[in-house]
Write a protein that binds this ligand. Sequence first.
Ligand SMILES: C[C@@H]1O[C@H](OP(=O)(O)OP(=O)(O)OC[C@H]2O[C@@H](n3cnc4c(=O)[nH]c(N)nc43)[C@H](O)[C@@H]2O)[C@@H](O)[C@H](O)[C@@H]1O
Length: 412
Amino acid sequence: METSGYRRMLCYRMQALNACRQKHPKRYLLYDVNPPEGFNLRRDVYIRMASLVKTLRRHGDWVLVLPPWGRLYHWQSPDIHQTRIPWGEFFSLTSLQGNVPVIEYEEFIAESGGPFIEQVLVLQNYAEGWTDGKWEEKVDERPCVERLMYSKDKQGYYRGWFWGYEETRCVNVTCLSAQGHASILAPLLQNNITSTSVMLDRAETVLHDLYAGKDYWNTRRSMVFAKHLRLLGDEFRAMYLNSTDEQDQTVYNEDWTLIKNKLSSARGGPYLGVHLRRKDFIWGHREDVPSLKGAVKKIRSLMKKNNLDRVFVATDADDEELAELKRMLPEMTRFEPTWEDLELLKDGGVAIIDQWICAHARYFIGTSVSTFSFRIHEEREILGFDPKTTYNRFCGDSENVCEQPTHWKIVY
Ligand SMILES: C[C@@H]1O[C@H](OP(=O)(O)OP(=O)(O)OC[C@H]2O[C@@H](n3cnc4c(=O)[nH]c(N)nc43)[C@H](O)[C@@H]2O)[C@@H](O)[C@H](O)[C@@H]1O
């Protein structure tokens, strides 16, 4: 093409792009989750929000702002700074961006020109519940049912918990009753709300657009753990569990879009992987959680059955229970970071390393309804394990019907 023709074409393209930008200015979707919810439920809510942003992007230039990690109820290691943690410390940002446009919160502040969120929408359930017991998808602006966690300052801005960013303020806060899947919010965000930045608080109120469908799995696959955490997990596997990707048929590709493992293609390292959730799971005296004695009995029988002489245990057990577990199962291996490691990795990083090691075991058993165990199931599904080696859980000592976890088959 001659130079002037090329210039003209470029010019048309730039004009079209600018016109498009003016017509569809960049908009930011922020979100947060009910404070007591843990790390792995929050990972699930991310999938719902990513799906909503995909829907919104059909008609506008929406970007998802990643809520910094911190102040989580379960992250109790003392003397460690655990707020304002960017997603990049736990996940690969380029992998997330390969699925949907995302930015860190500090990038949002820099791009949008200040620490202001224009509109917060607090999601809530309908006070009247389901009408006539009938499930109906709906969304309406309604008065707030619960006391707001935001209060006005002298300048008339709202202050609240914005992930530890004290200087962040919000211009307007209203409540929205919502019942249904995440994308039912799209028309309202697109047409009724003109703010450039909108935050959905209590985002767990809305459901997955399609749980375990192709889009769910794409987003889940894009949630690749940060490389330094994977490497630490791999080093630990090699050093203490005689486990390497080549031997175990779990070779990984940095680009998640290229990973398409066949079911049952992974062999896994020669050890049993265990996730034994304790703390608040036993305080409630739940029927589906075993005693330590019951758990050890099951572990021993699985090691024998699968011909494995090593066991890796991931657990949040307190010191007293840990000492008892060590006494009953002296051969167990655990990832035990030094204080310096912990300061660097934080509780979230250690949890990820535990999950990564469990995900590579030849056989895995987890804890009933723990989202921590569910995320391990998914990681193993991505790696291509036989479902029989993955979807297993401990039974309570006197649980009569011990239903095993559902196999959610990966969809590409
Ligand atoms: C009862 C509910 O339980 C839900 O927990 P559940 O689904 O197990 O799973 P999570 O939502 O991840 O919350 C449990 C948290 O406890 C720690 N934790 C639990 N097990 C382990 C482990 O094996 N290793 C390490 N390193 N850390 C562990 C970790 O910080 C994890 O994020 C909560 O999300 C809800 O808020 C609620 O409390």
